[in-house]
Write a protein that binds this ligand. Structure first.
Ligand SMILES: Cc1cc2nc3c(=O)[nH]c(=O)nc-3n(C[C@H](O)[C@H](O)[C@H](O)COP(=O)(O)OP(=O)(O)OC[C@H]3O[C@@H](n4cnc5c(N)ncnc54)[C@H](O)[C@@H]3O)c2cc1C
Length: 287
């Protein structure tokens, strides 16, 4: 039998999740489409659902400072609009969130829902990989924190247990002077990505001090190569400029997309490498 639950608070939600394992439903913008039925009729859920979007304990965005690190903590029911409007949201995440669907949908859809959907084309995910986001997971009586790279294990798959909820997303706020999020879709609004690209980097004393380069919708999960990024650390702008053809060559081996209904592998690879080249050229002209 399919039941629906509306917990009164987070504690209640965690105990319902532990006892009955219903599927969490936040904004419902993925789930209502996944289980849609004929027009004008109720959706056909195949398992029980638990509404979580109204839970006030998770409806926040705040900054936390510990030792020398400042972290942006986004509560599990913060909507995409909340994230886009917050003054401390990193610029690439803001751009990514604003590229999702249209304002009415973003007012209801949550960042957590976009992550838990774990689509390779999920736009926030491409930015969150570059920002080293950490997912906060809770169940009754315990809590764990997992890097997003370990949270998502494949298309539509995560490590979330049937008794757990995502209660927050943590983003370390780092200096980043050259930022780019670009989504390529069939139109500007209400289009899923053919592919996406995120670049964040910073210079210190004229040399690249940090860099993260991620590609969405060109593999089963977001593509990021920390090994290739390490080769760029310490380069000056002119040194990077001279290396761009080699970097493009290196990335052409890690970007291995597929054909699907939204695009072809050949197009995705070519455009992903073009976006990378454009970003690296811009980066090499800053210091
Ligand atoms: C017209 C339209 C356009 C769209 N355009 C885009 C787009 O351009 N880019 C894009 O990336 N996406 C797009 N989407 C997909 C969707 O809107 C986003 O993925 C959205 O962020 C999902 O959030 P939600 O709160 O509605 O998730 P829901 O549908 O409520 O849930 C999605 C998943 O997250 C899980 N979940 C939710 N909250 C929790 C929690 N606290 N703990 C554990 N699991 C949880 C659910 O169980 C489910 O598996 C679009 C959807 C529609 C209908």
């Amino acid at each position: 039998m399919v039941d629906s639950y509306r917990p009164k608070d987070l504690k209640d939600a965690l105990s319902i999740r532990a006892e009955y394992n219903p599927q969490p439903l936040a904004g419902g913008t993925d789930l209502m489409v996944r289980y849609q039925s004929w027009s004008g009729t109720l959706p056909l859920f195949t398992k029980s659902v638990m509404f979580v979007g109204h839970l006030k304990e998770m409806k926040y965005i705040k900054k936390e400072a510990k030792d020398k690190t400042v972290t942006l903590v986004i509560g599990g029911t913060a909507t995409l609009t909340d994230v886009a409007n917050h003054p401390d949201t990193p610029v690439v995440l803001k751009e990514a969130v604003l590229s999702i669907a249209a304002p009415a949908l973003r007012n209801n859809a949550t960042l957590t829902g976009n992550i838990c959907n774990a689509s390779p084309a999920g736009d926030s995910i491409c930015a969150l990989y570059a920002l080293d986001a950490v997912i906060v997971i809770e169940k009754s009586g315990s809590r764990r924190e997992v890097p997003i790279t370990e949270f998502i294990t494949g298309p539509g798959r995560t490590i979330l247990g049937p008794d757990e909820l995502v209660t927050a997303i943590k983003i370390p706020l780092k200096a980043s002077s050259v930022n780019d999020f670009t989504k390529v879709g069939t139109r500007r609004a209400n289009a899923l990505s053919k592919l996406s690209f995120t670049g964040v980097a910073d210079y210190k004393n004229g040399r690249i001090d940090s860099i993260a380069l991620t590609f969405g919708a060109v593999g089963p999960t977001v593509v990021r190569s920390v090994e290739l990024e390490k080769k760029l650390i310490g380069l000056s702008g002119p040194e990077l400029k001279a290396m761009i053809p080699k970097v493009i060559d290196d990335y052409s081996t890690v970007i291995v997309p597929i054909d699907d209904q939204r695009s072809t592998a050949v197009y995705r690879k070519k455009v992903a490498l073009n976006l990378l080249e454009k970003y690296l050229k811009e980066l090499s002209s800053h210091e």
